[in-house]
Design a protein around this ligand. Structure first.
Ligand SMILES: Cc1ncc(COP(=O)(O)O)c(C=O)c1O
Length: 390
């Protein structure tokens, strides 16, 4: 399918050059219609839907997701978002005074805060190991990252694809090395499902969270947490409800704990089979490959324009459907709003400690014209010099 046909499948405002699929995704019409159909069904008979029919659809949806990410059906639970998943694990993790959690210094800020909060409470330390740029090889990354590891390290927390730098990190090698050292590994795959294939059995992490509402394109508020069987009884529910010591337990206590959370609209979770079908019907593997090619073919041009150093080699090993370039600006929030208000370009300008990155996303509906519009806007902004310096 060509990109204009794909574009027609989305509700996106045609006035906006939308280069920020990464933040919250966007839902294609067939998936959104399924969402609304389920919500209408719920309103026709709320009790029947919430307590019976919806639960059956939940089981079907979880089956489809577990097949999609290749894990055991009972090892994955639905959560609203990756923050929720990180909080489940962090709250229950048996941290003691002096323990350490090893992360990179390019993790998502909200997740850093969660770990810092629970580390402060327990007297543990959250170590943000500095990543050297440009990345040169997976081996070098592993060597540099594990410099931060010692006998006090109890858990590794690392993004599969990072937010501010948009880089795909070698989590396969990280999980492998962590296992060798007897350290648990939690992969933050918020951006991964739908961008890259996930094979949980091969990756074999201890914990893995992914957002379905980003690159899998489901409605907002649908994500998952995979937990290796060995740790499921450690992951207590954030909301303790009827599923705790359930009157009619299912085959999995882990599922019971995390499924029932009081009254809520959980229909977003139920659209996951529709999203998987949508990607199949529209040959999303080819669509994603075209997007990656567009990301990569534009990368050098943006680096030159912004006089920036590359963060990594231009390769599928590190780049998928996001591309970040460091920029010099004192006012990233104002610059972001200026790009939106003046040029109608939705593109994030993000802080990571003392650095600022501009990150474009490429989804099936984007084409070269979108990236040209961004390029031209940045060219003008460099000339104007109010926000952007070289
Ligand atoms: C790498 C990464 N992890 C975690 C999250 C948290 O997602 P949420 O705010 O939806 O919980 C995000 C959000 O964009 C992210 O980019």
């Amino acid at each position: 399918m060509n990109y204009t046909k794909i574009k027609e499948q989305f509700y996106l405002d045609p006035e906006i050059t939308f280069l920020n699929f990464g933040s919250f995704g966007a839902c294609p019409k067939p998936i959104f219609k399924e969402y609304q159909r389920l919500q209408l069904l719920m309103e026709r008979e709320p009790v029947h839907f919430i307590t019976r029919l919806g639960m059956e659809l939940w089981a079907q949806s979880r089956k489809a997701l577990s097949e999609y990410i290749n894990c055991n059906y009972d090892d994955v639970i639905y959560v609203t978002n990756p923050s929720y998943a990180v909080n489940i694990v962090a709250k229950s993790f048996p941290l003691k005074q002096g323990d350490e959690i090893l992360a990179t210094n390019i993790e998502y800020g909200a997740c850093d805060k969660t770990w810092e909060y629970y580390c402060e409470k327990s007297g543990a330390k959250y170590v943000r190991q500095a990543i050297q740029f440009p990345l040169v090889s997976k081996e070098q990354f592993i060597a540099d990252f594990f410099e931060g590891c010692n006998e006090r390290t109890k858990l590794i927390f690392i993004s599969h694809i990072t937010s501010s730098t948009g880089l795909r990190l070698p989590v396969e090698e990280v999980c492998f090395e962590a296992r060798k050292r007897g350290i648990l590994c939690f992969v933050d795959g918020a951006h991964a499902p739908g961008q890259i294939p996930i094979d949980m059995l091969t990756l074999n992490p201890d914990f893995y969270t992914g957002a379905c509402h980003k690159w899998m394109m489901t409605p907002k508020g649908s994500s998952f947490l995979y937990v290796n069987k060995a740790h499921q009884m450690q992951c207590e529910p954030l909301i303790v409800s009827w599923g705790y010591k359930a009157l009619f337990p299912s085959a999995s206590v882990f599922q019971d704990w995390h499924t029932v959370q009081g009254s809520r609209d959980y229909t977003a979770f139920l659209t996951i089979p529709q999203s998987i079908q949508f990607m199949k019907d529209n040959d999303w593997i080819s669509v994603a490959a075209r997007c990656r090619a567009l990301v990569q073919s534009n990368a050098v041009r943006f680096l030159r324009l912004l006089n920036a150093r590359p963060l990594c080699p231009i390769s599928d090993d590190y780049l998928v459907q996001l591309y970040s370039t460091q920029i010099q600006t004192h006012e990233p929030e104002k610059f972001y709003m200026h790009l939106f208000n003046h040029y109608k370009i939705e593109v994030p300008v993000m802080r990571q400690d003392d650095k600022v990155f501009i990150r474009y996303s490429v989804q099936g509906f984007n084409d070269q014209n979108d990236l040209d519009r961004l390029y031209e806007a940045l060219e003008l902004e460099i000339k104007r010099g109010e926000y952007l310096k070289l």
